[in-house]
Structure formats: C-alpha cells, structure tokens
Design a protein around this ligand. Structure first.
Ligand code: LLP
Length: 404
C-alpha cells in the first residue's frame, strides 16, 4: 500500500478504481506482499530450514492458499473443513499438522485416512480416541502432544494460549505420563512435541522462555522427538509506532535450543504470512454529526472485520485520495450494524472526508475475512488478488440467494 501522486495504490492498482469496478466492501490482497512475507520468513530461519505450516484459520481463501502452497509451505489446520481445504489447495498431507482441543472422531478418522504428518493431541482423552480409531483401521498414527508450557506470551489475554489457565495442551506432569503411554502403544507413533503460546507476539522473550521450558522437559522425558512444533504467533506492526518482533533473536534462541539435538522445527504462522497483505476497501455511506464527533458511517461493518469489536484491535485507516484539508472533529469510523461495538476506530486530525469517499482499512489479511459472518444478514464481501496491474477475483461477493 502506497500513495502515488496522492492516490492510494495496492501494487499498480488504485483503491479508487477497485471500488469503482468491483464495488464495496471488498477485500484486496497483494501478491507481491505475500511473496515477500514468505521469502522473508524463510530467510529469518534459514539456518535450520523449518517446515512452515501456514495457519489456515488466518485466511481460508482457497486461491490464496494455492499461492502459498507454491512456495512449499504446508498447513496447520484446526477442523475438518480446514483440512479438506488444505488438501483441495494441493498441500501435501505430509506437510499438514492438525491442532485443536476438540477434534471429533469424524475429524480424527478423516485425518488418519489422509495420512497427514501429525495430529497434535491436546488431552489424554484425545490420545485414547486416536488409539481407538487407529486400532480399528489397523494403522500406526503419527502424533504430537501439545504441551502447555505455562508461559505468558505478553499479548492480548483473548489470544494467549500458553498459560496454565488456558484450555490448550497438557501440563508437564501429564505430558510425561502420555509419552509413556504412547511408547507402549502399537497404534500410536509419537513424533512431536508441540506448543503455541499465543498470537500477535511482538517480544521475543516469551519465546525464549518457552524454549527453556521445552528443553527441560525433553531432557527429562529422554525421548527422541523427530519434530518440535513451535506454533505460530509472530506479531506484525499494525501501526507505524509499534515495535517489531526481533526474528534474529528468536532464531538464535532456537539455534541454541537445537544444539546437540536432531529435531526438525515446525512453525505454524498465520498473521506473519498474510496479515499485511490485505486491505478492506469501503465507501462512506453517510457522515452523521453531533456536538463532539463526526460518525463516518462506512459500508463495511463488524461482520466483515470483527477484530476491532472483538479485541479492541486497531487497524490503520487511509483515504483513497490524499487531501491536505484536515477535520477539526474526531472521526469515528463505524459500520451500519445495530451494535455500538460496530466501530473501527476514532481518529483525530484525519483529512476532511465527504460522503461517497472511499477509504481502506489496512492489514486485514489475517483474521479478517476468515472471521467474517452474515450478521444482520449482510452478504460477505468480494475478495480480489492483485499482482502488478493484474486483478483476479478470488472469491465472489455473496449473493442474497446464498444466505436467504
Ligand atoms: N497455531 C495454533 C495452534 C494456533 O492456535 C494459532 C492461532 C496459530 C498457529 C497461528 O497464529 P498466528 O501466527 O496467526 O498468530 N483471531 C485473533 C487471532 C487468534 C489466533 C488463534 N490461534 C486475531 O484476530 O488476532
């Protein structure tokens, strides 16, 4: 996203022309940014060449996942739907890991039939269930056990997953017990220790702590894991002032951890791969003034992008055409949905806006469209992928007949 002669552009295409041609609200992704993110991610960790499993939950667009697959990435899935999608995108089952605390017998059975790389189990009951199904199928199933390392990821509470009060993984005591159980099982092949401490992590220190915890546990179990799945969580800068995750420190900590170990590292990044690739283009329907504020009522709403309403997340908003005149009032960007939480952000000193102006909500490539809904019976937006001057519709706008 860049302004060129005062026009906001995604690659070579102006946001204004996207709105004109495709209508609003519309999700637009940049292929160039996607490519850059993947190559950078690989480069950051190239000294131990990890298996990178894209967290499908962050963006479930089939076409986008097909592009991601071309760079050799695997997938981290958390439901049967995501597993089917990953396979449909052509991702090799031997690069798919299945996470989640509540996998049903149907989901496990399907994953076992497809011979995916790992089912990362999160409880004793789940391991028993995997063993039961594997036995019926006369198979030996590769699994991981997700450890809850009781590490504070220092991120939003709602997206912290590695503390003991969280539902995820098992504690160290149970971990040892389950390793023992797996060793004695004929139908389970324990291959991996997995963790995931949270999302939108900008500080490398929680990762360092987590690695120390795992290190101790591995020594104590004295078990040869083929894989260590460190999950995802790498944060991105949603605004210019935000600090950035220090990849080189995280990578060094992993290198240190891997000393004298022959284990392959797996990552499950979502946001770091797609977060900054997308914008949501929207049009101002009305401007409604009161004594204090100007409510900028746009045609995108919390059903299209729920992060601000759900987590108080802040996404930068940009005008599609830059002007010099500034507003003296606070602009409160809101959607048309009948809830006061249907609000994107309050901004002071924004440039003067008018009804019908086009704006872009930034960094919505992760957990934007994938968390969208039909609340208020609003059809889901169109999705397009831009590569240079080329525009491809990668998902059609939902029609009323799809939802009524
Ligand atoms: N692996 C596991 C097991 C996960 O639970 C998650 C995310 C990821 C990988 C990918 O995390 P990432 O690299 O994208 O941070 N809806 C929230 C984020 C929820 C994340 C849930 N788990 C948001 O909009 O910020």
């Amino acid at each position: 996203m860049k302004f060129k002669s005062n026009k906001l552009k995604i690659e070579n295409v102006t946001v204004q022309s996207i709105a004109r041609k495709y209508g609003t609200p519309t999700y637009c992704y940049s292929y160039k940014q996607l490519r850059e993110n993947i190559l950078k991610f690989k480069k950051n960790f190239k000294s131990f060449s990890p298996l990178i499993c894209f967290a499908i939950k962050s963006n479930t667009n089939l076409n986008l996942i097909k592009q991601i697959k071309k760079f050799g990435l695997g997938a981290d899935v958390v439901s049967l739907g995501e597993l089917i999608l990953a396979l449909k995108a052509g991702i090799n089952p031997k690069k798919i890991v299945f996470s989640g605390v509540g996998k049903t017998a149907k989901e496990l059975s399907y994953a076992i039939d497809k011979n995916i790389l790992l089912i990362n189990a999160e409880s004793k009951s789940e391991i028993y269930e995997i063993e039961r199904i594997a036995k019926l199928k006369r198979k030996k199933v590769q699994i991981g056990i997700r450890l809850n390392p009781n590490t504070d990821a220092k991120t939003l509470n709602q997206i912290s997953t590695g503390k003991k009060e969280n539902k995820f993984g098992v504690n160290s005591k149970l971990f040892y017990e389950l390793v023992k159980f797996c060793k004695s099982s004929k139908n389970i092949n324990l291959k991996c220790l997995s963790v995931h401490i949270g999302s939108q992590i900008l500080n490398h220190k929680p990762y360092e702590k987590m690695l120390k915890v795992i290190d101790k546990i591995i020594t104590k179990t004295n078990y040869n894991f083929d894989f260590i799945d460190l999950g995802g969580g790498m944060g991105i800068a949603y605004d210019e002032e935000s600090k950035k995750l220090n990849y080189s420190k995280y990578s060094s900590a992993i290198k240190k951890f891997l000393k004298n170990k022959k284990m392959k590292i797996i990552f499950e990044p979502g946001r770091a791969i797609v977060g900054n690739t997308g914008i949501l283009v929207s049009k101002i329907i009305y401007i409604k003034k009161n004594d204090k504020k100007n409510f900028i009522i746009i045609d995108a709403a919390m059903n299209d992008l729920i992060r601000p309403a759900l987590y108080g997340a802040v996404h930068q908003i940009l005008p599609s055409i830059k002007k010099n005149k500034k507003s003296k009032k606070i602009y409160e960007f809101v959607g048309p949905i009948c809830e006061s939480t249907d609000k994107f952000s309050s901004i002071k000193n924004f440039q003067l806006l008018e009804e019908s102006d086009i704006i872009a909500i930034c960094d919505v490539g992760a957990y934007g469209m994938s968390l969208s809904s039909n609340y208020n019976l609003r059809p889901k937006p169109l999705e397009i992928l831009i590569n240079g001057s080329k525009i491809r519709v990668i998902k059609k706008r939902q029609k009323y007949r799809d939802i009524i």
